[in-house]
Design a protein around this ligand. Structure first.
Ligand code: NAP
Ligand code: HSE
Length: 428
């Protein structure tokens, strides 16, 4: 910290970087009162200075050299907003080792290397914060670590990807095509540089890995998370869900069960009356069940320039206060348990299965006996549409083990009366 105040360096000036720069500028007049010191942007790392010159008040802060930032003893906080693993990983490590505090929105990095980087920060007596890595503008990491710290967290269930929630909302409420909705989400700055991470559930998988680690005090990485995306969801399934009084959402879920941690991301039919059902567009929500608090839900914008900048700047302000109070380096990872992660085959759910079958007597009985022989009991059957000579059958099962449903589907797929199993979606 220099005599003039606290200095920050931004790495990246894309969607979130630009938002952070704007918030810094907007907050300038209040900074002294809020922080008891000044906070300035001293460097901004970009790949091409010319491209960004018009975006900033003082273009001399733009640089293409990370070493310039690293070697500047006046830089107190490095704010990493480039995304991806490299060079972000190397830059963050070097910054911590050089005694600089780090704030990042990079869930890819934290989901894979969070433990190691937290340890490095502890060893170097600096802060490492990543509130914006999960659910954009919603404060969730801070509350889990502080306000809810006295709880034994049992379950976290949420909508933590703005892009897919935007797509599913547009498909459900406006009948928009998947491709058009994805293009809009990209245009609005919600999607990742490669939107595969959003639509295949990887982004939500990284976020639930981070939340599970913090909530259960046990290391959960992205590799532990079962992920299924929304690319196979059709207008037909959305319509069937509606007739069942349900909506389809991409749900990220982590539970601490006596047999281990369950952690997964997949589309789910949830009742229209469930609080998560009304979370639309780029909004996210995280539902936390703790032994003392019981149910508590966090809701807000899960992506986009300014909401994400709000979360980043919350971390920056909190680190700046610690610098001003000379108390940096007290952050703890707080991972003190080692709980095994359950395989998806051993988890339980109800299932929605849509299939095309031969339209003749005895078919339903054959299908019911395949389910029965595999310990799957049927809760509801809808035979809705004729497809040429075939029939479309929608079945809702009772709560069964995933391995039983998968065994049953394998046999159904090879059965002479089943043309194809079109969709399998879990039901809440
Ligand atoms: P973005 O718009 O693609 O911006 C990334 C910026 O980093 C670009 O300006 C890019 O430069 C720059 N950059 C990339 N590699 C660089 C390098 N090697 N050297 C210098 N600059 C480099 O991404 P974003 O949406 O702002 O996301 C940034 C981070 O926030 C990611 O980790 C993302 O997952 C996370 N996040 C995003 C959101 C959101 O709503 N967008 C929400 C929460 C968290 P060019 O301009 O030259 O490409
Ligand atoms: N691509 C992410 C989303 C950005 O759509 O939620 C916020 O992390």
């Amino acid at each position: 910290m220099s005599q003039e105040g606290i200095n920050a360096a931004l790495l990246g000036l894309g969607t979130v970087g630009t938002g952070v720069y704007k918030v810094m500028r907007n907050q300038k007049p209040e900074m002294q009162q809020k922080l008891n010191t000044q906070l300035s942007v001293r460097h901004i790392l970009v790949r091409n200075v010319e491209k960004h010159r018009d975006k900033v008040d003082d273009p001399t802060v733009l640089t293409t050299s990370f070493d310039e930032i690293l070697e500047d003893p006046q830089t107190d906080i490095v704010i990493e907003l480039m995304g991806g693993i490299e060079p972000a990983y190397t830059y963050i490590r070097s910054a911590i080792e050089a005694g600089k505090n780090v704030v990042t929105a990079n869930k890819d990095l934290i989901a894979d290397h969070g433990g190691e980087l937290m340890q490095l920060a502890e060893e170097n007596h600096v802060e490492l914060r990543f509130e914006a890595a999960v659910a954009g503008g919603i404060p969730i990491i801070g509350p889990l670590k502080s306000s809810l710290a006295a709880n034994e967290i049992r379950t976290i269930m949420g909508i933590v990807n703005g892009t897919t929630n935007y797509i599913l909302s547009k498909m459900t409420n406006e009948g928009m095509d998947y491709e058009d909705a994805l293009a809009e989400a990209t245009e609005l700055g919600y999607a990742e540089a490669d939107p595969t991470a959003d639509v295949e559930g990887f982004d939500a998988g990284r976020k639930i890995a981070i939340l599970a680690t913090i909530a259960f005090h046990s290391r959960v990485t992205f590799r532990d998370v079962y992920t299924e995306g929304i690319t196979k969801i059709t207008a037909k399934d959305i319509a069937y869900a509606k007739t069942l009084g349900r909506v389809i959402k991409l749900i990220a879920m982590a539970s601490n069960t006596p047999e281990g941690i369950e952690v997964k991301v997949h589309p789910m039919l949830i009742p229209e009356t469930h609080p998560l059902a009304s979370v639309s567009g780029s909004y996210n929500a995280v539902y936390v069940d703790g032994d003392a608090v019981e149910d508590v839900m966090f809701y807000g914008k899960g992506a986009g320039e300014m909401p994400t900048a709000s979360a980043v700047m919350g971390d920056v302000f909190s680190v700046a206060r610690r610098i001003a109070e000379h108390s940096v380096g007290s952050t703890r990872d707080n991972v003190y348990r080692s709980i095994p992660v359950k395989r998806i085959e051993n988890t339980r759910s109800c299932y929605y299965i849509r299939m095309e079958v031969e339209d003749k007597p005895g078919v339903l009985a054959t299908i019911a006996s395949i389910f029965g022989n595999n310990s799957v009991s049927i809760e509801q059957v809808i035979q809705k549409n004729k497809i040429k000579k075939d029939a479309e059958l929608v079945i809702i099962t009772s709560s069964v083990k995933e391995r039983h449903i998968k065994d049953a589907l394998l046999i159904l797929e090879s059965s002479s009366v089943v043309r194809r199993v079109a969709t399998m979606i879990r039901v809440y």
